[in-house]
Design a protein around this ligand. Structure first.
Ligand SMILES: [Zn+2]
Length: 284
């Protein structure tokens, strides 16, 4: 017997499985990368870093004191004003001491939200990738759009390579000292390197977190801005500088074995429910 409800459910499931470009014209499925402008009004980060959006985002000026935005054609240089201020301040401080230019990679899209490719986080206007390659001056247009990369980690080892420089440690430390910073993700070999250096006060190291990849750039994540009631912070980091927790990473990198029940490698398919405020922005 023909059952109309299961037929509908089947069609629905099939539509959801289609790539966006193949959806029939009457099905509207707008993606976040189709917005060219921020939502006007007061700035507010909404939801979590990996499932959120932003209103009132500001565009980081493409060039400023001691920095330059790279790959501008992607249009991923928007963020909460706190993030824009953070980047401007950090670049200025570092430029005054070493004359270099920071290369600013992806922040968020104008309204934040999920990327079609590239990142899982960077959704609420509070994340930025800052490259380890530092420039001596402004890049040409071509270089800016297709910049060469600097990898500071010896692949397959737990060590930095010959391109690692004191200025990288300075950059990470200076960023981590800012009280608005929640976490900075770097390759475990970089955290290892920072842990092996002598510091008068290493409390900032707590916020420097080892993670896969991140040998070309550091990923800075700010805390939810004061007063953003709909913004979700991550759990606080446990006390200490985190240097004693690197053994697991060292083993994973130098002698990778599938570790059972490791929470770090198992990627479970998670159905993310969009925050109602973000849904409103997406369907507006
Ligand atoms: Zn990132």
């Amino acid at each position: 017997m023909f059952d109309i409800s299961s037929y509908r459910a089947l069609v629905c499931t099939m539509l959801l499985m289609l790539p966006t470009g193949l959806l029939p014209s009457h099905v509207t499925a707008r993606t976040w990368d189709t917005f060219d402008t921020p939502v006007s009004g007061e700035a507010a980060s909404i939801g979590s870093y990996a499932n959120g959006c932003i209103t009132g985002a500001k565009a980081l000026p493409l060039v400023g004191e001691g920095y330059q935005v790279i790959r501008t054609q992607r249009g991923r240089y928007y963020g909460h004003p706190d993030l824009v201020n953070f980047i401007e301040q950090l670049s200025k401080t570092l430029h005054q001491s070493n004359d270099g230019y920071l290369l600013i990679g992806d922040m968020s899209m104008p309204r934040g939200g999920r990327f079609q490719s590239g990142h899982r986080s960077h959704q609420s206007g509070l994340d930025v990738d800052i490259w380890f390659r530092q420039a001596g001056g402004l890049l040409s247009d071509d270089e800016r759009e297709q910049p060469s990369k600097l990898d500071v980690v010896q692949a397959g080892t737990f060590n930095v390579n010959q391109y690692w420089h004191q200025s990288h440690a300075d950059m990470i430390r200076q960023a981590a000292l800012n009280p608005k910073v929640a976490r900075i993700f770097v390759n475990p070999a970089i955290k290892h390197q920072l842990c092996s250096m002598q510091w008068q006060d290493d409390s900032w190291l707590q916020r420097v977190r080892p993670w896969w990849g991140h040998s070309l750039h550091m990923h800075v994540r700010l805390r939810c801005p004061a007063g953003d009631a709909l913004c979700q912070n991550q759990a606080e980091i446990s006390a200490g500088n985190g240097c004693d927790d690197l053994a697991w990473w060292q083993q994973q990198i130098t002698a990778p074995k599938p570790v059972e029940n490791s929470p770090k490698k198992i990627v479970k398919p998670v159905v993310k429910v969009l925050h109602p405020q973000c849904k409103k922005i997406l369907t507006h």
